[in-house]
Design a protein around this ligand. Structure first.
Ligand code: PLP
Length: 394
């Protein structure tokens, strides 16, 4: 299969492994080294001048990390990938690279809480302004583009309300204005959604979530065109320095091998729980885009393989009822993060989105009774029994 492009399930497991170089090791070795010695001073000079391929210093590149970067680039269908020390290191690197003082960023109406916090800081320190939009129509997108807009930054599904944005539509409009579209693909991974295929320009991940998949690593990934990614490597990685460690890259390579199997099961469990919650008298509203009847289901069918592993719901009552419900759970863990084998539940208004001012939170649809659940890999019957007993009391 050397010259043929592999299907995604195979490419997650077999790609860019040069086993013959490493005594036939089946898995990628961990190159736990900070620097690389040169065979001569002249070789060192050639490497620094960029005239010769080869490693210099781990902040500038490392074989274990490079294997991961090449693999994520293939999986997302992009030209070059880069690994960062966290999802936020990836988000901040991309936004710093695309903007300068006085620019404007257009965002989906709903963002990861720290991405929102970062944009607040940009506004205060560098007068880089931002606007939010649900981007439901082409007119919505056009209405918020200004002469200073340098980037459209999208999460879809939007965290935590699970609204969906039509990526091909936004990419079409952005092309007219020559504005790059950045997609935070954390909730989907390339197995469920490939934004670059839909015309977007840059895709990034908190690999802490589904790609790592086991709740034991903090990491970020970015994929895009070679020229932009080369610039990111030279400015954001070389000079700012939030790179991923070789060991953490190895954990992600290990996670990727089972990503498709896990995503299928996360999706089945989330869909099943969404349906059961939807039929429960104490549940006011369920937000799961992969469910028939959801407003965004037609876009999901167009751009995603499944609705993914995260859902949100609102229960009757207020903040007190929501917190008491969570406290009654036994199996399901109260924790932020998502994409782990364990089912996790959190309260966005007081946890992940607590930094967003109350008024803005309401506008984003994050009320006091909204609860987000990341479906794990457990038996769905055990998960439902736990949810049902917690809903019953109180
Ligand atoms: C978790 C998360 C991030 C931040 O990633 P870290 O790895 O925690 O730094 C960014 N975007 C989304 C959608 C996330 O869920």
């Amino acid at each position: 299969m050397k010259n043929k492009e592999k299907r995604i399930e195979t490419a997650m497991i077999h790609n860019h492994e040069k086993a013959e170089k490493y005594d036939g090791s089946l898995t990628t070795p961990i190159f736990q080294t900070s620097t690389f010695s040169f065979s001569s001073a002249a070789e060192g000079e050639r490497r620094f001048a960029g005239e010769e391929e080869g490693f210099i210093y781990t902040r500038l590149g490392n074989p274990t990390v490079r294997t991961l970067e090449d693999r994520i680039a293939t999986l997302e269908g992009g030209e070059r990938g880069l690994a960062f020390a966290s999802g936020m290191a990836a988000v901040s690197a991309v936004l710093i690279a695309l903007t300068k003082a006085g620019d404007h960023v257009l965002c989906s109406n709903g963002l990861y809480g720290c991405t929102y916090g970062l944009l607040q800081m940009f506004e205060e320190k560098y007068s880089i302004t931002h606007d939010f939009s649900y981007m439901e129509t082409e007119e919505d997108v056009r209405a918020k583009i200004t002469p200073d807009t340098r980037c459209i930054f999208i999460e879809t599904p939007i965290n935590p309300t699970m609204k969906i944005i039509d990526l091909a539509m936004v990419a079409r409009v952005a092309k007219e204005y020559d504005i790059p579209v950045v997609v935070d693909n954390t909730f989907c991974t390339p197995y469920l959604q490939r934004p670059l295929d839909l015309g977007c320009d840059i895709v990034l991940h908190s690999a802490t979530k589904y790609i790592g998949g086991h709740g034991d690593v903090i990491a970020g990934l970015v994929v895009g065109k070679k020229a932009f990614m080369d610039d990111l490597a030279m400015s954001q990685q070389k000079d700012i320095g939030g790179v991923l460690s070789p060991f953490d890259a190895w954990l992600l390579l290990r996670g990727l091998k089972t990503l498709h199997v896990r995503m299928d099961r996360h999706s089945i469990n989330a869909h099943d729980l969404a349906k059961r919650l939807d039929n429960h008298p104490k549940v006011k509203q369920v937000y799961y885009p992969g469910m028939e009847g959801n407003d965004h289901f037609p876009i999901v069918q167009k751009q995603m393989k499944t609705g993914g592993g995260v859902l949100a719901f609102e229960i009757e009552g207020g903040k007190k009822e929501a917190q008491e419900f969570m406290d009654r759970l036994n199996l399901i863990q109260i924790a932020v993060s998502l994409g782990d084998a364990e089912t996790l539940i959190q309260h966005p208004a007081t946890m992940t989105h607590a930094v967003v001012p109350e008024e803005k939170r309401q506008e984003m649809g994050i009320g006091d009774t909204l609860i987000r659940l990341s479906a794990g890999l457990e038996s769905v019957e055990d998960l439902w029994e736990d949810l049902e007993q917690a809903l019953k009391e109180g």
